[in-house]
Design a protein around this ligand. Structure first.
Ligand code: ZN
Length: 296
């Protein structure tokens, strides 16, 4: 089944929401980075959050970068998502050991840690990006994003994120939601929404029973008159290219490039997000060296 991301309004435009089912996307990340189960859960939840947050941007070429570092053994989690649904992500230690809280329930918070921050950078195509940051509270990511949105963006939200990993480490289900209330919401609509959210079974259970984003949404928003306004297919897609790697090499400067030519006879640069390797031969490096020299 294709991954799916939908945007909705509900209760007469008093509520807006984003729902995602992105099992394939998380599986792709797992294959690229050889993620351990808890790393799949931490990165998968973060990628879901980033790609849903990217839906609040105005145009397709704008980006959201989500960075989480809680001082735990996984290190930094970094995701970059675009409004068109593409997302890329990495963690410092993809092989981080999986510890369970209870049998079958991974302790994502222990891998991520709570001594640090969640940072959201919105590149709106202007000179300065918008950067918001808030202290981590649980390292479980959904709770941290909820607190971030409340305190840093003054946006009351409910965030749910879940990744189910099979015994063979494949991703069984990955999905989630961000539900936000708009300022003019009536007491009645707010009460209905709160009651609905409080009465929900665990998200992992809903995902097991409802394997697409629309079905997930219908369960969560039951009784709140949801209307789907947008639908797209999220996917793991890296935007690295040979041209970008050339620019990165040039920016290292004359001396670095010179040393690479003389010590290694060329260079190999690997993209941290998708692990694609780009080889540069001696002649190509010499051309880049010329460019770097004229720049300086
Ligand atoms: Zn790449």
């Amino acid at each position: 089944m294709k991954d799916q991301l939908i945007r909705i309004t509900a209760a007469d435009n008093q509520i807006r929401g984003f729902f995602i089912q992105h099992t394939q996307t998380v599986e792709k990340a797992r294959e690229i980075h050889n993620l351990s189960p808890v790393a799949s859960a931490a990165l998968g939840r973060s990628m879901g959050a980033a790609v849903m947050m990217a839906q609040t941007l105005k145009s397709d070429n704008q980006k959201v970068t989500l960075r989480i570092n809680g001082g735990g053994p996984i290190g930094t989690i970094l995701c970059v998502a675009q409004k068109n649904g593409t997302v890329k992500g990495l963690v410092d230690d993809p092989l981080v050991e999986t510890v369970n809280k209870t049998p079958g329930k991974m302790d994502v918070g222990a891998a991520v840690g709570t001594d640090g921050e969640i940072t959201l950078i919105k590149d709106l195509g202007m000179k300065q990006p918008y950067i918001g940051t808030y202290a981590l509270t649980t390292g479980e990511i959904a709770e941290d994003l909820t607190a971030y949105l409340m305190h840093s963006e003054q946006q009351p939200s409910s965030v749910g994120l879940s990744v189910l990993v099979d015994v063979d480490y494949h991703i069984k289900e990955a999905g989630g939601f961000i539900i936000q209330v708009l300022p003019e919401i009536t007491e009645e609509a707010l009460r209905l929404l709160e009651a609905r959210l409080l009465g929900l079974p665990p998200l992992s259970q809903i995902l097991e029973e409802n394997t697409d984003a629309k079905a997930l949404m219908e369960v969560v928003m039951e009784g709140l008159d949801p209307v789907i306004t947008e639908e797209l297919e999220p996917m793991f897609l890296c935007d690295c290219s040979r041209e970008r790697m050339e620019q990165a090499l040039i920016s290292l400067g004359e001396k670095e490039i010179h040393d690479m030519i003389h010590e290694d006879g060329g260079a190999e640069i690997t993209c941290h997000f998708c692990l694609s390797a780009y080889q540069f031969k001696r002649e190509e490096m010499e051309a880049l060296l010329k460019e770097a020299t004229t720049k300086e």
